[in-house]
Write a protein that binds this ligand. Structure first.
Ligand SMILES: CC(C)(COP(=O)(O)OP(=O)(O)OC[C@H]1O[C@@H](n2cnc3c(N)ncnc32)[C@H](O)[C@@H]1OP(=O)(O)O)[C@@H](O)C(=O)NCCC(=O)NCCS
Length: 275
């Protein structure tokens, strides 16, 4: 019988990957992976969003303003004025430059802080929502003995969650990734679903684990005649976007999550795709 280690962030890179349905004992490592991959971990959504924001057009304008202001301070320090009047006039410009520098810095910090808050809120909503009891939300544990024919609840039977388990040579195993199919979030198209919470431990990335998770999730969607699968992700999350586009997802529309996270919705039409 394999022994399961609980820290997926210290997963060794060697071993055999097995994709299997979620079990309740996977809850802790999956939640830890989720917090790491979306929060402050290596290659996380938060880090990518902050980096992306620091390179966007508004930030470029702020750097330009900051640089002009710094240059004017330097000129001021190195200039000998011929009269006090000249110096007074120049002082006004210097104060203006300093105010602009401070405003640019404050705007940059404020934008970064708002992104941080948006991601933290997103993580908290996840931990208190579908990730609170993954077995209940995705594996409809309570529905198994419930024969009531509420169509909304019955739809939830199409949900699913899978984990990637790294099985090491000594037989011990560790959870290194996971993803879920959720039919409850696509209210405009009730028969469709969303692929959610895709995550792979930083030590096991670029080994095809994400791709294997997607294949299992898509097979499940096809089996349940789900016509299309949506995904929401940050526009700055290039690794995830590249993975999804490889499987045929196309970008539909962009929006701002909590006014500060630039997010894109992707759609995969399973009826017309060869994936
Ligand atoms: C996105 C993520 C799940 C990919 O997992 P993975 O196991 O590393 O992906 P795979 O090894 O299966 O890669 C499959 C393809 O995805 C793309 N890809 C994955 N990582 C990439 C990277 N860092 N840069 C560019 N493309 C990348 C490539 O097209 C790759 O195919 P290739 O290896 O033949 O070039 C993983 O990086 C992750 O957990 N990131 C943090 C959380 C996250 O962004 N989740 C998505 C939220 S919606």
């Amino acid at each position: 019988m394999s022994k399961s280690s609980s820290n997926p962030l210290q997963a060794p890179a060697k071993g055999r990957i097995c994709i299997r349905p979620y079990r309740d004992s996977d809850s802790e490592p999956i939640r830890a992976l989720f917090v790491d991959a979306f929060g402050t971990g290596k290659g996380s959504i938060l880090r990518a969003a902050l980096k992306g924001q620091l390179a966007d057009k508004l930030s470029m304008c702020l750097y330009t303003i900051g640089s002009i202001s710094l240059c004017s301070q330097a000129i001021h320090l190195s200039t000998r004025y011929s009269s006090h009047k000249d110096q007074d006039n120049y002082n006004v410009l210097i104060y203006l430059g300093q105010a602009m520098l401070l405003a640019a810095l404050a705007t940059l910090l404020n934008r970064a802080y708002k992104v941080y808050l948006a991601v933290m809120k997103f993580i908290q909503l996840g931990l208190d929502g579908d990730m609170l009891d993954i077995g209940e939300h995705y594996c409809w544990r309570s529905l198994q003995f419930d024969n009531s024919d509420s169509s909304k609840e019955n739809e939830r039977r199409k949900n699913g969650y899978w984990v990637a388990e790294l099985i090491q040579e000594d037989g011990s195993s560790i959870i290194v990734g996971g993803t879920g199919i959720d039919v409850t979030t696509t209210r405009n198209e009730p028969s469709s679903a969303e692929l959610r919470r895709m995550v792979v431990s930083p030590l096991c990335r670029r080994r095809g684990v994400g791709a294997q998770l997607i294949e299992v999730a898509l097979n499940h969607a096809r089996k349940h005649n789900i016509p299309s699968v949506y995904i929401n992700t940050s526009v700055h999350q290039h690794s995830a976007l590249s993975l999804y586009e490889k499987y045929g997802w196309v970008r539909l529309k962009d929006f701002w999550y909590l006014g500060s996270m630039h997010v894109t919705t992707l759609k995969l039409d399973l009826k017309n795709s060869g994936t």
